[in-house]
Design a protein around this ligand. Sequence first.
Ligand code: ADP
Length: 230
Amino acid sequence: SYDKWEINPSELTFMKELGSGQFGVVRLGKWRAQHQVASKTIREGAMSEEDFIEEAKIMMNLSHLNLVQLYGVCTQQKPIYLVTEFMELGCLLNYLRQRRGTLGSQDLLGICHDVSQGMQHLEQNGFIHRDLAARNCLVNSSLVVKVSDFGMTRYVLDDQYWSSSGAKFPVKWSAPEVFNFCKYSSKSDVWSFGVLMWEVFTEGKMPFEHNQNHEVVMMHHEDVLDGGKN
Ligand code: ADP
């Protein structure tokens, strides 16, 4: 018998590969031969699985038009995987870059509005995203933008991700209290949303493109020392 968040893997068929990320490969699949879904394999050793499975039960109850829906998990075998809503047009960052020069300001504002609605729902449910960025939003065939990967960074087992001086830590999207004290909140999500709006209106540019992470941290410190003078 299966708990309600468990999906029976025999009801899933896998089709093509969609991409790969921090945790492993993402594939297009079909559930009960009918519904298109995305399945995300969790590479062994990439995630603290027990903690995540507990959290998945909460994430399944987060439903909103602008949040990528988690349908369930397959945890009775290794590697485990997550089953989510399929987003035909892929990640927002690539979407913006591929359509440079073709999106009007109303389109760009609409993208920001979609993301803000999804984030509002997270905040109302006391859920902190911790890694909001254009690379963690997805676009579907109706051009609806949805926020993905919420809360997932807590389960990453990779020092490069965790240490704020590590290469994978999203310093350029982080509020100062996050890279200084790991103080995450809905307010630090709002900071990341500001950077995301910048990504949208530059049609997918890299923030601080000529600076490395440690230089961005330095720039913040200089701001604090200069406080009031400039
Ligand atoms: P990460 O764990 O690094 O955040 P992603 O979730 O971004 O990995 O997945 C990697 C890639 O797989 C994405 O850039 C996107 O192209 C594709 N992908 C991920 N989830 C979906 C989905 N639900 N629908 C369609 N494509 C997806």
